[in-house]
Design a protein around this ligand. Structure first.
Ligand code: GA4
Length: 327
């Protein structure tokens, strides 16, 4: 009999098809090269996932925020619980979303606006909220800029006008973008099992584009077209970009939102920070007319982002959320 010594471990699903094959085919885009648009388009069509290097964001931004996050996650549990429960924003522990998903994870989830970042900073440190607030604000504005640059290069690669047709969705003052910092504590118990424990269960991101950065602990996996899972070698100085469901709709299925998940690590702590670039709640999402070929039919019915969001929160992580909006 397997004895689970950690409380709560029994509620977290195991992953059985967990071959740890590292994938060497991740498209790497050098943002300092001006003509990367077409390579970006290719990566979004083939995989819905790529890595960006020479992005211009100083390592100091990542280090500062990660250090603050680690400080918070190292606090005793009762202290951290004061900043929770995530509903969906705030501190969350093992429970993901509102539909009963569980993972070997704790996290901070917030909106990217100044008010939400401030509230989170107060919730996690009443004595000195300013250090976290300023590190998170700097980091979020840097990754938001990176996301909008990538979207502008994509518009160029797709040969659609104006250049900011996609990026303006994120630049909107009322953009519903969110930010999360995940901490996957090491789980020594899993070493003795033949399968892996779920850190964050498989899912696609509902938003337009997500920008992920993690420390040097592996665990992140993506699903390839044939349904197989591959591990993404970690790289703490680069960013990984994930195509979300809304981008799949905007491109009428030309870009694919990539399924991804995180496996718990038996030895090392994993810390990741993800910016989820979303439109404003009132924004209508439908395939961009300029991307539709002659006679091409829309695969999705038009919806408002708030409608998709509400429907997403009713779903389980693993669900195909776009199915409800297919024509
Ligand atoms: C996945 C992407 C983001 O992390 C997130 C997640 C959200 C949550 O953790 O609260 C969701 C998940 C994510 C998709 C379906 C719903 C909502 C958990 C869940 C079961 C913050 C988001 O926007 O959607």
């Amino acid at each position: 009999m397997v004895v689970l010594s950690k409380p709560g471990l029994d509620q977290i699903p195991f992953i059985t098809n967990h071959k740890l094959t590292y994938f060497s085919g991740i498209p790497t885009i050098d943002l300092s090269k001006p003509d990367s648009g077409e390579l970006l388009v290719e990566a979004c069509e083939e995989l819905g996932f790529f890595k960006v290097i020479n992005h211009g964001i100083p390592m100091e931004f990542m280090d500062k925020l990660e250090a603050e996050a680690v400080k918070f996650f190292s606090l005793p549990h009762p202290e951290k619980e004061k900043a929770g429960p995530a509903n969906p924003f705030g501190y969350g522990n093992k429970r993901i979303g509102l539909s009963g998903d569980m993972g070997w994870i704790e996290y901070l989830l917030m909106q990217t606006n100044a008010k939400s970042v401030s509230q989170t900073s107060w919730a996690i440190s009443r004595e000195n909220p300013e250090i976290f607030r300023s590190a998170a604000t700097d980091y979020i504005s840097a990754v938001k800029k990176l996301a909008t640059e990538v979207l502008e290069m994509l518009a160029e690669g797709l040969k659609i006008q104006p250049r900011n047709i996609l990026s303006e969705l994120l630049k909107d003052e009322e953009s519903d973008s969110v930010f999360r910092i995940n901490h996957y504590p090491p789980c020594p118990d899993i070493q003795s099992f033949r399968c892996n424990l779920t850190g964050f269960g498989e899912h696609t991101d509902p938003q337009i584009i997500s920008v992920l950065r993690s420390n040097n602990t592996s665990g992140f996996q993506i699903s390839l077209k044939d349904g197989s899972w591959v591990s993404v070698p970690s790289d703490q100085s680069s960013f990984f970009v994930i195509v979300g469901d809304s981008m799949q709709v905007l491109t009428n299925g030309r870009f694919k939102s990539v399924r991804h998940r995180v496996l718990a690590n038996s030895k090392k702590s994993r810390v990741s920070m993800i910016y989820f670039g979303a439109p404003a709640l009132r924004e209508k999402i439908a395939p961009l007319p300029s991307l539709m070929g002659e006679g091409e039919e829309s695969l999705y019915r038009e919806f408002k982002w708030c409608e998709y969001k509400v429907s997403s929160y009713k779903s389980k992580l693993v669900d195909n959320r776009l199915r409800l909006f297919e024509k």
